[in-house]
Design a protein around this ligand. Structure first.
Ligand SMILES: NC(=O)C1=CN([C@@H]2O[C@H](COP(=O)(O)OP(=O)(O)OC[C@H]3O[C@@H](n4cnc5c(N)ncnc54)[C@H](O)[C@@H]3O)[C@@H](O)[C@H]2O)C=CC1
Ligand SMILES: CC(=O)C(=O)O
Ligand SMILES: [Mg+2]
Length: 366
């Protein structure tokens, strides 16, 4: 099989879909890997490393898409890439379809086979191809939040860890999944007071068992969220309903209850965000202010730390890429129930029901 790795063209996205180690593994099985020249530069992997591992380097993104049976990348295709995707081509990447109707329609029209990293799901309900990026984004959320709490960038002017004689900052984490737990851990490490909320009692019990005493749990409901947003300095959005649009836990009207300079880092932005006023931003222009509340909602947070993120991502995607390449997508998704959950759009048909529900469509083909 010919496997193509294009250079990512989303704003400030320096990750790449495969490391030289991945190329080496695939070529052992007799596959050809085409990689766009300089695709790995941002992550510290250069053309010479890929050549040495057995890849063929091509100059343009058009050549990669035109020649490949399967595309392996990182972010969802953006408008400039829609027309490059071929009929019957397998595209293995993050898609986050429920947050973008234009992308969904474009992929239906392409008649390609779209396998989404973020919905690959094992029997225990965990998302093995989302987890490492959620770990990165959860940890980064506190770094970014701490920065935007500073006064020169219109934050409340609060140091999260406090100092002797002054109370630490307060961090509210919505969702005690991967993002939430990593964010809570980082915030607790800085000495902040952390409240973490979820609707899943198992997650709250786990947090209660493993976190230090200045991380407290509370059941997530509107009453409790309304209570806490008045007193917390930094709010992290880390909720997820798998494959679906995130619920709006903080509405526009609730912003008025917050103190000026409160910062919201809505990591869930890639599924539409859990704050009504969330809209996707980029690393180039990451924040905006509504009702004196600073919103940070970069949809590809791990793209800013590509050295860490590319390796963490490809550690988990490669075994699935090998299966797809060796068996073809049809057999591979029948033989592996975890991978099967990744099928979102197959040759013009939406096969993941949460996507159809997100847009209120009546049928799988539009
Ligand atoms: N912006 C970015 O760069 C990145 C965004 N993400 C996104 O972050 C989000 C969270 O991902 P994970 O932590 O991996 O998901 P996860 O599935 O591990 O955790 C989500 C948690 O939200 C909880 N939840 C659902 N409804 C809730 C409610 N009403 N109130 C409180 N909690 C609720 C669930 O019970 C679950 O524990 C996803 O949308 C993911 O795509 C992940 C990585 C990077
Ligand atoms: C998960 C995701 O959206 C990202 O890593 O960019
Ligand atoms: Mg929203």
């Amino acid at each position: 099989m010919i496997i193509g790795i294009p250079k990512e063209i989303k704003n400030n996205e320096s990750r790449v879909g495969m490391t030289p180690a991945g190329v080496f593994e695939l070529t052992k099985y007799g596959h050809n890997v085409l990689i766009q020249s300089t695709a790995g530069d941002g992550s510290g992997f250069f053309d010479a490393d890929y050549l040495h591992a057995g890849a063929t380097i091509v100059n343009t993104i058009e050549e990669v898409y035109a020649a490949s049976d399967m595309i392996v990348k990182v972010k969802e295709p953006i408008a400039r890439e829609y027309g490059l995707i071929q009929k019957d081509q397998v595209v293995f990447t993050y898609f986050h379809f429920a947050s973008s109707e234009p992308l969904t329609k474009a992929m239906i029209e392409s008649k390609s086979v779209c396998i989404a990293y973020e919905t690959v799901e094992d029997d225990e309900g965990t998302l093995p191809l989302l987890t490492p990026m959620s770990e990165v984004a959860g940890r980064m959320a506190i770094q970014q939040g701490a920065k935007y709490l500073e006064k020169p960038v219109k934050g409340r002017g609060v140091l999260l860890g406090g100092v002797p004689g002054v109370q630490p900052g307060k961090v509210l984490v919505l969702g005690a999944g991967v993002v939430g737990i990593q964010a809570a851990k980082m915030a607790a490490g800085l000495g902040a007071h952390v409240t973490i909320m979820d609707i899943n009692m198992k997650r709250l019990r786990y947090v209660n068992d493993v976190m230090p005493p200045h991380v407290v749990t509370e059941f997530s409901n509107e009453y409790n969220i309304r209570k806490h947003i008045k007193t917390h300095d930094l709010i992290i959005g880390g909720v997820l309903l798998k494959g679906a649009k995130a619920p709006n836990l903080i509405t526009r009207e609730m912003l008025k209850e917050m103190r000026p300079g409160t910062v919201i880092v809505d990591v869930a932005v890639d599924q539409g965000g859990c704050v009504e006023t969330t809209k996707p931003t980029t690393h180039e222009d990451p924040v905006y202010i509504i009702d004196d509340v600073v919103h940070y909602s970069v949809a590809n947070m791990p793209g800013a730390v590509p050295y860490t993120s590319t390796v963490a991502l490809t550690n988990v995607t490669l075994p699935y890429v090998v299966k797809l390449a060796n068996q073809g997508w049809e057999k591979a998704t029948v033989n592996d129930a975890t991978l099967h959950k990744g099928l979102n759009i197959v040759k013009g048909e939406v096969v993941y029901k949460e996507i159809i529900e997100a847009f209120g469509w009546e049928s799988a083909e539009v």
